[in-house]
Each structure stands twice: as structure tokens, then as C-alpha cells.
Design a protein around this ligand. Structure first.
Ligand code: NAD
Length: 321
């Protein structure tokens, strides 16, 4: 069995490798070659922690395994550790023997950023120049860094519920040499692409804030009750997702579906666009929306990729198990 510790991931994994792994596995999901197992998520009654498993099997990529982990809210204050903790375990699909154990913390941010990037590549207008960010927390910086590589963006605009956090994304824009401007939510109508990545339980982005032709990636809503955008926006938009079952239950589409504004059949898999079985964007003034709920197969795909890189570089730790 191979071990790739968390401390090695930053030097091994590239944004391009994460993008390629996620794009490929979304395609495999849409063609029926890969599927996610039901998610387990439990409040364990200790340290206020939420713990669970996200697993799946990709028959095309021969990737089998799970990500185990969750959220320990007291970690930072009590122990100086980050609150989100996860580890990916990969298994040999031929034998069931464990093949790798991989640090999953940084990989989670990279695979989540890769998902919105894949959606931008396939759904945003080719001539998009302004990107809008809603959210300025841990994930937002990763999201923006990856998204800036997808189009020739000339300007970043940002809004955050806690405005004092905006420098987190301004720094990313500056590093990429793209000007940054803080705006009010109605200023988002200037954006050609909007990424929303917050932990909100009530919508910030309203349908009236989104101009024609915009691509919106909703990346923060991954739990029942969370919501980032007005349900009416999903009526105006053509809606895509990583996994339909998650989108309508724990993703952004849960609200529009529960209110009867859209049906489950109105939500399409992004993988189908990648495969060419769904046309994706069909006009310049269409609003497209990607509901990125986060699936276990994304974690397995980037973990398998990082194991390959670790083996190539002689960094993977081999243990008899
Ligand atoms: P964080 O705590 O670092 O940042 C939270 C962000 O949400 C900040 O921008 C904060 O200002 C904003 N926010 C908080 N309360 C708000 C409110 N009431 N209204 C509007 N904005 C509010 O968190 P993070 O690590 O950046 O994660 C952000 C979200 O992304 C979380 O909900 C997390 O569960 C989710 N997430 C999703 C995936 C996925 O695959 N889709 C993966 C990882 C994280």
C-alpha cells in the first residue's frame, strides 16, 4: 500500500492535474461508467464534529474507494489544526486490497475549484471578460485562482457578506495581474461568470443581479438547508450539476425543486456536456448555472492522480499491509 501524506500534496498536485481528473470523472459519471455511493454524514456527539464517508467506483478509471472525514469546529482554537479534516482511501478493484492512503485536505479545495473550472470551460461564453466572486473564505481563493485560467478575464469583481474578508480574493486577482473591484450585489450584473462559494443558509445573489449570457457556478451549497442564490434564478437559467440526485436534495437546486419551480428532469449532468450528449450553452444570452455539490468520485479521481505523481517522483511511502 502507498501513503501520500498531506504535507506532500502541495508540491505534487497541480491545478491542471486536478482539472483533468475531475473533467474525466464527470464524463464517466454521465456515461454510466462511474457512480457515487450514498453519502454517510453523522453528528458523532463528540467535539461537535460532523464525520462521514463519500465513496464511489469509476469502472473506466478503475478507481474504487472513499473519502473519510468531516468538520471539527474546535480544531483551530483548541489545537491549531484546520477544522476540515479528510483522508482518501483507494482500493484495488480487482482484489479489494487497500492500495493507497492520501491526505485529503488540500485535495478537497483543489477538486472543488476544478469542478467550477470545468463548468466554466464548458458553459461560459468564450468572450467572458469579467468574473464575479461571491464569498471570500478558504475555498474562494482556490476557486478564483483556478477560474482565472479558463478565460481571458480582464477584471475580478467581488462581494462578501463579511467585507473585511475581501482582501483574500483581491490578493489572488493581484497575483494573476487582474484588477479587482469590490461591488454591491447589484454590481454582479456586470459579470460574465459568477462563482458563489459561501456557507450561507439564505440567498445573496438574486435573479435580478444576473445579466443575460452569464454562467453562474454555485459551489457552496452542499447540505440540506444551505442556499446561496434565489430559487427564481434556477428558473431563468439552464441548470447543470455534477450529480442530479445530490443537486435536488443537498445542492442549490433543492430549493427550486421543493418550491415546485423546476423539476428534477430540468437539471442536467455537466458530464453529458463534456461527452457531447448535451449541447450545453446554445446561445450567447442564455444564463447557465452549475450546481456543484461535491461528489466522492472527484476526491478519488484527484487522489489517484496524486498517487501517480507521487510514484513518478519517488515520494510515495510504501508499506506492507
Ligand atoms: P469559510 O468558512 O472559509 O468561508 C465562508 C464564506 O461564507 C465566507 O466568504 C463568509 O463571509 C461567507 N458567509 C458566511 N455566512 C454568510 C451568510 N450568512 N451569507 C452570505 N455569506 C456568508 O468556508 P469555505 O471553506 O470557504 O467553504 C465555503 C462553503 O463551501 C461551505 O458551505 C462548504 O461546505 C462548501 N464546500 C463545498 C464543496 C463542494 O464540493 N461543493 C467543497 C468544499 C466546501
Amino acid at each position: 500500500m502507498l501513503i501520500v501524506p498531506e504535507r506532500e500534496i502541495a508540491d505534487l498536485m497541480t491545478r491542471q492535474a486536478a482539472f483533468d481528473a475531475v473533467e474525466k470523472v464527470f464524463a464517466a459519471m454521465a456515461s454510466g461508467d462511474a457512480y457515487n455511493f450514498p453519502v454517510v454524514r453523522e453528528a458523532i456527539g463528540h467535539e461537535d464534529a460532523l464525520y462521514g464517508f463519500k465513496g464511489g467506483f469509476d469502472r473506466a478509471g478503475l478507481t474504487l474507494g472513499l473519502k473519510a472525514g468531516g468538520y471539527w469546529p474546535n480544531n483551530l482554537e483548541k489545537r491549531g489544526l484546520i477544522n476540515h479534516q479528510s483522508t482518501v482511501f483507494l482500493f484495488d478493484p480487482d482484489t479489494g486490497k487497500p492500495s493507497a492512503m492520501v491526505g485529503g485536505n488540500l485535495l478537497t479545495a483543489l477538486r472543488t475549484a476544478a469542478a467550477s473550472s470545468v463548468s466554466i470551460k464548458h458553459l461560459a461564453r468564450a468572450d467572458a471578460t469579467v468574473i464575479g466572486m461571491i464569498g471570500a473564505g478558504h475555498q474562494a481563493a482556490f476557486q478564483l485562482r483556478a477560474a482565472l485560467e479558463q478565460r481571458k478575464f480582464e477584471k475580478v469583481i467581488g462581494w462578501n457578506y463579511h467585507p473585511e474578508m475581501l482582501p483574500n480574493i483581491e490578493k489572488v486577482a493581484n497575483e494573476a495581474g487582474v484588477p479587482f473591484e469590490a461591488v454591491e450585489l447589484d454590481g454582479m450584473s456586470e459579470a460574465d461568470v459568477i462563482i458563489s462559494i459561501t456557507s450561507a443558509f439564505a440567498p445573496s445573489l438574486m435573479a435580478e443581479h444576473v445579466g443575460p449570457g452569464t454562467h453562474v457556478a454555485c459551489m457552496g451549497t452542499d447540505t440540506k438547508g444551505k442556499q446561496e442564490v434565489e430559487a427564481a434564478l434556477l428558473v431563468k437559467a439552464t441548470v447543470f450539476t455534477d450529480e442530479v440526485a445530490q443537486s435536488v436534495t443537498i445542492g442549490e437546486a433543492q430549493h427550486a425543486v421543493a418550491q415546485g419551480l423546476i423539476k428534477e428532469s430540468d437539471v442536467a449532468q455537466l458530464g453529458a456536456v463534456i461527452n457531447g450528449t448535451n449541447p450545453g450553452r446554445t446561445s450567447g444570452d442564455q444564463i447557465t448555472l452549475f450546481d456543484g455539490t461535491g461528489v466522492g468520485l472527484q476526491d478519488l479521481a484527484v487522489a489517484a492522480s496524486v498517487v501517480d505523481l507521487a510514484v513518478q517522483k519517488g515520494i510515495a511511502i510504501k508499506v506492507d499491509f
